[in-house]
Design a protein around this ligand. Sequence first.
Ligand code: DC
Length: 220
Amino acid sequence: MGINIAIDGPAGAGKSTIAKLVAREKGYIYVDTGAMYRGLAIHFLDQGIQAGETDKIIEACKDAQVTIRYEEGVQQVYLNGQNITSRLRDEEVGNMASKSSPVPEVRAKLLELQQGLAREQDVIMDGRDIGTCVLPDADVKVYLTASVETRAKRRYDELVEKGIACDLEEIKRDIAERDERDMTRKTAPLKQAEDAVLIDSSDMTVDEVVAAITALCGGH
Ligand code: DC
């Protein structure tokens, strides 16, 4: 069993940015579980399935194979043998991932893959249910959050920098909706594990958050 670090939190809290930096500092592999849900979401979208069509989602799970490879240390997601990493961040894909992830069959499909990765190597894994369900015995658990306003502004700045037209209020609404869905679903909802350390990054720099988590990892 490797070292297991779990980071959970809502959309836009900076989990992946922070986890990647901690991974580099500590020599862990960074596992982005949201990317796996997004990979399955692409499979559903490509089949023309709508978010509410649970039966079709369950059926489509049967012939979806999501695999993860690390190429030059960067996680690549393959769907039935095809590298779909460049499509993962599409807004439509994120929304479909959030809407299809409550389906227990979707979660069961990815749980084994996630636990297998953590068994074999030292990982820092981020998601919504890592500390509560996927790695309940993780060495360190962090619940990383920030206010809706801060998360929306970060997302807005990211899109503006990429030259993508967007509306701050719409992003805020979208984030609040996604929080509500992720936190209130029946299966593996987003919540802070009892033994997780809460970090609110609203008024912290990236370096400060990385330092705080690296310190928690201590000798691990
Ligand atoms: O972290 P992200 O935005 O890439 O995740 C996309 C969606 O996937 C998120 O809204 C909920 C779902 N997800 C999940 O249910 N459990 C995880 N461990 C990770 C993501």
